[in-house]
Design a binder for this molecule. Structure first.
Ligand code: SF4
Ligand code: SF4
Length: 436
């Protein structure tokens, strides 16, 4: 290795996988060049990367400069420019840009796809990848400016793929694996994710928003892509009718014939299955009962949390009238603290061509683009301008579940169109009711 890295070496200790070991492995691989590649970026870039990181740990500050717009022709996002402030010392990483690549819906890969991707990146990049970034993209770490167009050409023309989002635009949408493998999927997450990615190409590639905007699609409330915590617009599968119960299978769980939780134990010995302790008492809305023979669910009060279904999957199943709930405004902390999504639409059918969803999305965008401050996420605008405003712009009728806390302001304000017959009739009604 070109540089001593005593500080980084400490990160290789302990039982965890280490990013330092991975970079060293790639550095050694590039030095040996077993495939005889004609590397298009400096062969020793990974060694320089280790040297630069070591210096950052020593100086206790980053040596990546911020700034410098780089990208591919016609796109405003997808490449994150990285320049090092010590190019003489570490020429291999003088520019070392990150490329975000759209992951396939549900993250299904063929080995052919992965080989193609790695072949491109071995030749034209550092060989280092991050599968996947927190938004969901394939992240290709480290290439030079002249290679950006080359990589982009091969991705789009040879692999039929595309760059993901970065900057103030629609970020690469993400979906759980949904109907392809999961019996709980209440709608086709992969299809809607793919379709909306296609439909909103402009928003993905040409930043025109106040800040980032994320869609995520969970097929059910188990939330495998964590949509309600990680996306401005979360679509979470749910159902309107009753949970289906197979009473014989419930008895089989109680009798110990079936293993609860589909055998997943999370390190804990459950002992003999106790339906009262493990299911009935843990139902968050206390809407279940078990009389020793029959399991009953008061479905009107079920909040569709999935706990009972996950615990006894052979006995309970999601209903047949399926769709999704829409939640808005989740985000990680930047300007304000972290916040979860707020329920906007409790149930919407999610069917091609997804016009109902798109109408909600576009109404939100119109409002946010008009009213949002620079770097203000939708969730922050909702806090600043009120949830009621979100209801108005999405033409959503206010319902009790939209109320976070009962009104604490005694001055009640009605708009004229909220009073049946208008203010005049209301006043006349009032007088007639109160005149003696
Ligand atoms: Fe299955 Fe639900 Fe997870 Fe999607 S979110 S993969 S439907 S459990
Ligand atoms: Fe209770 Fe959740 Fe089961 Fe509904 S899904 S009955 S809320 S445990």
């Amino acid at each position: 290795m070109k540089f001593e890295t005593p500080l980084l070496d400490q990160l290789e200790q302990g039982p965890w996988p280490s990013v330092v070991s991975d970079i060293k492995q790639e550095a050694a691989h590039r030095a040996a060049n077993p495939d005889g590649l004609d590397y298009q970026i400096p062969q020793d870039c990974c060694e320089d990367l280790l040297g630069l990181l070591e210096l950052s740990y020593k100086d206790m500050e980053t040596h990546w400069k911020h700034g410098g717009i780089v990208g591919v022709f016609g796109y405003g996002g997808g490449v994150i420019g990285r320049y090092c402030d010590q190019p003489e010392m570490f020429p291999g990483v003088a520019h070392f840009h990150t490329m975000r690549v759209a992951q396939p819906s549900g993250k299904f890969y063929s080995t052919k796809f992965l080989r193609q991707l790695c072949d491109i990146w071995d030749l034209r990049g550092s060989g280092l990848t991050n599968m996947h970034g927190s938004t969901g993209d394939i992240v290709l770490i480290g290439t030079t400016t002249p290679q950006l167009e080359e990589v982009f050409y091969q991705l789009t023309h040879e692999m039929n793929n595309d760059l993901g989002g970065s900057g103030s635009n629609l970020r690469t949408p993400a979906a759980c694996m949904g109907m392809s493998r999961c019996e709980y999927a209440c709608y086709n997450t992969q299809d809607v994710c793919y379709q909306l990615t296609e439909d909103y190409q402009d928003e993905l590639h040409r930043p025109a928003f106040p800040y980032k905007f994320k869609f995520k699609f969970d097929g059910c409330p188990n939330g495998c892509v964590c949509a309600m915590a990680r996306s401005d617009f979360a679509v979470v599968g749910t159902w309107r009718d009753d949970i289906k119960i197979d009473q014989d299978a419930v008895k089989a769980y109680v009798g110990g014939e079936f293993t609860p939780n589909a055998g997943a134990h999370s390190g804990r010995d459950w002992g003999k299955f106790d339906i009262q302790a493990e299911v009935i008492d843990r139902c968050p809305s206390h809407c279940m009962s078990w009389d020793g023979q029959k399991l009953t669910i008061d479905n009107a009060n079920c909040v569709r949390c999935m706990h009972c279904i996950d615990t006894m999957p052979r006995a309970l199943h999601i209903g047949d009238d399926r769709g999704a709930s829409v939640l808005c405004g989740a985000k990680a902390p930047v300007v304000d603290g972290a916040q979860m999504g707020s329920l906007l639409v409790p149930f919407v059918k999610v069917e091609q061509p997804y016009d109902e969803l798109k109408e909600i999305i576009e109404n939100i965008w119109d409002w946010w683009i008009e009213e949002g401050k620079n770097r203000e996420r939708l969730g922050e605008l909702m806090k600043r301008a009120s949830f009621q405003k979100l209801l108005e712009v999405t033409n959503t009728e206010a319902q009790a579940f939209h109320v976070k806390e009962p009104r604490n302001n005694p001055y009640i304000f009605f708009k004229e169109d909220e009073v049946p017959g208008g203010f005049k009739r209301d006043l006349a009604d009032y007088r007639s009711r109160h005149q003696r």
